[in-house]
Design a protein around this ligand. Structure first.
Ligand SMILES: [Zn+2]
Length: 238
C-alpha cells in the first residue's frame, strides 16, 4: 500500500516537472493525468496549494466560478482553481484513499475563498447560520482550511446536471448550498436512505483524515485549525 502510494506520488511529481500545461478546472478522464501548474506566488506565500497535489483524482466543480450558485453570478474568475492550505493535504489524501475502496472520488465545490468574495456572499445572504459573517480576519474557507465536497462515481444513466467529467455526482439528498433543513449533515427527514448512507461514507472518510463535518451543511468540512482567526488573505484563487 505504502509503496503503491509512493509510486503514484513519484509519478505525479515527475509529470508535474516534465509537462507544462495551462490551468484547468476539471480533472481529465482517468488514465490521462494532467500536470498541475504551480500556484501563484501570492498563493504560495500564504501556504496554499492546488488540491490535486494532495488528491490527484479530485474532480473540481467550482460552483462560484459559474453562475450556478446561490448568488446567481460568477464570484470567482472562470480560471479559478481549488486551493487549500497545505495543512489540509494529509487529511484529504487519507479521505480520498478510503473513498477509492468504494470506487468513489471527491468532488470539490469550494475550497479557499477570498475575503472579498465572502463579503459579497454575506451581503446576499446575511444569515450567519448559512454564510459566515466576514470579520477582520480569515478563518475556514477564507483561510483555505475548509472545503465543500461531495462524492462521484461511475453510474449508468447519470442525469446530465449530475455529470462531472466522466463521473456522476451521487444523490446526496440536496444540492450544494441548499439552505434547507434537509441540508444539515445528519438530517433524515426528506433525505433518501441511500443519500443518508452516502453522507455517512463521506463523513467517515473525511473524519479518518481529521476533517470534521459542519453539522449545518453535509458538504462542509473543516481542517485542522479552521476556526482559528488569522490575518486576512485576499489573493486570487490561482
Ligand atoms: Zn463550506
Amino acid at each position: 500500500m505504502l509503496r503503491r502510494h509512493g509510486v503514484r506520488l513519484a509519478l505525479t511529481v515527475m509529470i508535474t516537472v516534465v509537462m507544462v500545461v495551462g490551468g484547468a478546472n476539471t480533472t481529465p478522464a482517468q488514465g490521462t493525468p494532467r500536470a498541475i501548474p504551480p500556484v501563484s506566488e501570492a498563493a504560495r506565500a500564504v501556504g496554499l496549494i492546488d488540491v490535486r497535489s494532495a488528491v490527484p483524482d479530485a474532480l473540481i466543480d467550482l460552483r462560484y466560478a459559474t453562475s450556478d450558485n446561490f448568488v446567481g453570478e460568477p464570484l470567482y474568475p472562470s480560471n479559478a482553481r481549488c486551493l487549500v492550505h497545505e495543512s489540509m493535504a494529509p487529511g484529504l489524501t487519507t479521505a480520498a484513499r478510503i473513498l477509492r475502496r468504494s470506487n468513489e472520488v471527491l468532488v470539490f465545490w469550494d475550497c479557499y475563498r477570498p475575503h472579498s468574495v465572502q463579503q459579497k456572499m454575506f451581503d446576499k445572504v446575511s444569515n450567519p447560520a448559512w454564510v459566515a459573517a466576514p470579520g477582520p480576519y480569515s478563518r475556514s474557507h477564507e483561510a483555505g482550511r475548509s472545503v465543500d465536497v461531495t462524492l462521484a462515481a461511475r453510474l449508468p444513466g447519470c442525469p446530465k446536471p449530475r455529470r462531472v467529467a466522466d463521473r456522476c455526482r451521487l444523490d446526496m439528498g440536496t444540492d450544494f448550498d441548499s439552505f434547507t433543513p434537509a441540508a444539515t449533515a445528519y438530517a433524515t427527514a426528506g433525505v433518501p436512505v441511500a443519500a443518508q448512507r452516502a453522507r455517512a461514507r463521506l463523513r467517515d472518510a473525511m473524519a479518518a483524515g481529521g476533517l470534521a463535518v459542519y453539522s449545518g451543511e453535509w458538504w462542509h468540512f473543516d481542517g485542522p485549525g479552521a476556526g482559528v482567526r488569522r490575518p486576512v488573505i485576499d489573493v486570487a484563487p490561482r
